[in-house]
Design a protein. Structure first.
Length: 277
């Protein structure tokens, strides 16, 4: 698999008459565990998951996404996203701005209150993304045509646009949603897998099947991922010591925390802190 990133940037000479302007577009077949962020941008960015799965972190929330799902990144938002270790995603993206961008996104149903969408890719939508990317790769092409392809993509999303957090991760009130909520409420405690299973009223084997189906993770992996992702936020945004962070997110032993942190992020907590200053 070619894991190289393809991202083609433009330098528009003047504002688009359409009120929305493509800045770059690309795609990547991500290797297992590949991540990007935390970082902020000065423009809008839409990602679409072509295959595989991964997770998107924004505003202290974690969203688990798979084929057909997508997410919006807002200007100024601090975001982090990571490919699955087992089934890493391939995604496409388009970055844009413009005086009408916010209104157009609102019309589609994407805004600060709803950053996720779902669309089952068809040949027409696929061709829009391909043509847009090819047009960005050849900057001598028409800005108007590029911006038109973006509007066609957004137009296709309208009517299909919204999947709430619970609908993307699971259906509302499902057993996985209840289990995930239990973890997100009690992650700082010494909770056991049996505690989660008892809360959802299933046995351990059923719980494992529920998590594997929903997010391709075991309950323990999900719990550790949630703890480690929140640890990353604390390291990035506070002056807590690494031992304090480990304790705060529910790790009894710092050595265990350090080992899992490096496996999860591909770097030590100190390296992570330096990289995200």
């Amino acid at each position: 698999m070619d894991n190289s990133i393809k991202d083609y940037y433009l330098t528009p000479s003047e504002p688009s008459p359409l009120g929305i302007q493509v800045l770059h577009a690309g795609e990547q077949n991500c290797p297992p565990g590949h991540y990007f962020g935390y970082t902020t941008r000065t423009h809008y960015l839409i990602h679409y998951v072509v295959s595989g799965c991964g997770e998107y972190h924004v505003n202290h929330k974690t969203y688990y996404l798979k084929k057909g799902d997508g997410f919006l990144i807002l200007p100024g938002a601090s975001t982090f996203y990571k490919a699955s270790d087992r089934d890493p995603w391939t995604y496409r993206w388009v970055g844009f701005n413009g005086q009408a961008a916010k209104k157009i996104l609102n019309d589609v149903g994407l805004n600060e209150n709803c950053l996720l969408y779902h669309y089952e890719m068809d040949d027409e939508m696929d061709s829009y993304f391909i043509h847009l990317q090819e047009s960005c790769r050849n900057p001598s092409g028409s800005d108007f045509v590029r911006d038109g392809y973006l509007l066609l993509i957004l137009g296709k999303l309208q009517g299909n646009h919204i999947l709430s957090q619970t609908k993307i991760q699971t259906r509302k009130n499902s057993r996985f949603a209840r289990a995930a909520q239990y973890i997100q409420t009690n992650y700082m405690r010494n909770i056991k897998i049996t505690d989660i299973a008892n809360f959802v009223h299933v046995d351990r084997s059923q719980l494992y099947r529920i998590f594997e189906t929903a997010v391709h993770l075991s309950p323990k992996e999900y719990l550790n991922h949630y703890r480690l992702d929140y640890a990353g936020i604390l390291i990035h945004t506070t002056d807590m010591s690494f031992n304090e962070v480990a304790s705060c997110v529910g790790f009894e032993y710092s050595s265990h925390f350090f080992r899992l942190f490096k496996k999860h992020f591909g770097m030590t907590p100190l390296e992570y802190k330096k990289a995200n200053r």
